[in-house]
Design a protein. Structure first.
Length: 383
């Protein structure tokens, strides 16, 4: 067994890129100002850093810098978007549409709003995790205020046809919210071309710090109105009160700048490594890919090892950081809601997610192929 940890759980979080860390460091000490302090140079310096980050993010996703609202991460952006729209558009209706494979932050928020009178449709997906656009068109109503559709699934990497979804949503004058946490900075996202109205992202998924995120809020065609969910000071155009995390925001901005420059090269490299890993493990036999193999992120594969318990496989690989395809709540493992929605519940406890990243090497992939193959064969021989 290799003694050095091989990290293949980049969908969970990423290490901070040294270039990002170097950019952040001065804002812990020498440049420690509050960006809302407008009467002296310390505050002006902090505010300039925040506005630079706003520009860096807006360039990455092709929007106006003033359409970027800083948050503590994607979960806060999700809550602000869904609750904010629901409260602001009650005159239009209380109907929300989302998908059964969305992140729990979306599903839990929608379920909470149901207790406040919201009507929510949780649409199914097919066996590859892709939506039925005809069903969506039939489900959107005149009183539909919001449709929530994630750009790329966190468990399988499956990419939704967001542009086509947006066209259906806008035809009924509804709003499209997109959780792009797993996709921003890894594949090209142009919010204008895609037709996205609200979109969240998180720094720690793109080699930035934890605790920093951003929400894109469209200002025209249509202008999206949100009611704030956090009050006290009117920061971020009144949408998100609270002293800005300048250090984290600086890191998020730098991470976006690097992603814009290196995203294509990273994707090419990781796609080749992912394909090598995936094909080698499929060659073991009785191994299947969960999710679309055509419409997916370049760095992720979710594999079902039939007749093997994923937790036992992972336990045999202590020097490889992996994640199961199923979520765990409290002490009891529950089948992944994503795989269940795809009709693959029988594979939920046998599935492992491999998510590669910027610092994954060819040598590491070779080692993972060898060690996972040996572990799978050993477990099958013991069965």
């Amino acid at each position: 067994m290799s003694e050095k940890l091989i990290y293949l759980d980049y969908n969970a979080t990423t290490p901070v890129d040294k270039r990002v860390l170097d950019t952040m460091l001065p804002y812990f000490s020498e440049k420690f100002g509050n960006a809302a302090s407008h009467t002296h140079a310390t505050g002006w310096t902090a505010n300039r850093a925040v506005e630079t980050a706003r520009e860096q993010i807006s360039k990455l996703i092709n929007c106006d810098a003033q359409e970027i609202i800083f948050t503590s991460g994607a979960t806060e952006g999700i809550n602000l978007s869904i609750k904010g729209v629901f409260e602001a558009y009650k005159a239009k209706g209380k109907h929300i549409i989302t998908y059964a494979t969305e992140h729990k932050a979306v599903l839990d928020t929608c379920q909470y709003l149901e207790t406040l009178g919201a009507e929510v449709d949780y649409l199914p997906v097919d066996s590859e995790g892709l939506p039925d656009l005809q069903l969506l068109a039939k489900t959107i109503r005149e009183d539909t205020v919001l449709v929530c559709a994630m750009f790329a699934n966190n468990e399988t990497g499956t990419i939704f046809p967001i542009k086509e979804i947006a066209q259906l949503v806008h035809a009924k004058k509804s709003i499209l919210f997109c959780d792009a946490t797993q996709a921003v900075g890894k594949v090209m996202i142009d919010v204008q071309d895609e037709g996205i109205d609200l979109m969240c992202l998180s720094a720690h998924k793109i080699y930035g710090p934890k605790g920093a995120g951003a929400l894109y809020v469209r200002r025209k065609n249509p202008r999206v109105v949100l009611l704030p969910q956090m009050h006290g000071g009117g920061h971020e155009r009144g949408l998100r009160s609270g002293t800005l995390n300048v250090t984290g925001i600086v890191g998020l901005g730098k991470a976006c700048e690097i992603a814009q420059d290196e995203m294509w090269d990273d994707a090419q490299k990781l796609s080749l490594l992912r394909t090598q890993l995936e094909q080698s493990l499929l060659d073991l036999g009785n191994v299947f890919v969960n999710g679309s193999q055509k419409h997916r992120m370049p760095h992720v594969t979710n594999l079902a090892f039939t007749s093997i318990k994923a937790d036992k496989l992972i336990a045999m690989l202590p020097h490889i950081a992996l994640a199961m395809g199923s979520a765990c709540t409290s002490a009891l493992p529950e089948p992944s809601h994503v795989l269940k929605a795809m009709g693959r519940e029988q594979f939920a406890n046998s599935s492992v997610r491999f998510s590669l990243g910027r610092f994954t090497t060819q040598e590491e992939i070779n080692t993972v192929i060898k060690e996972v193959s040996e572990a799978v064969n050993k477990l099958r021989n013991e069965a």
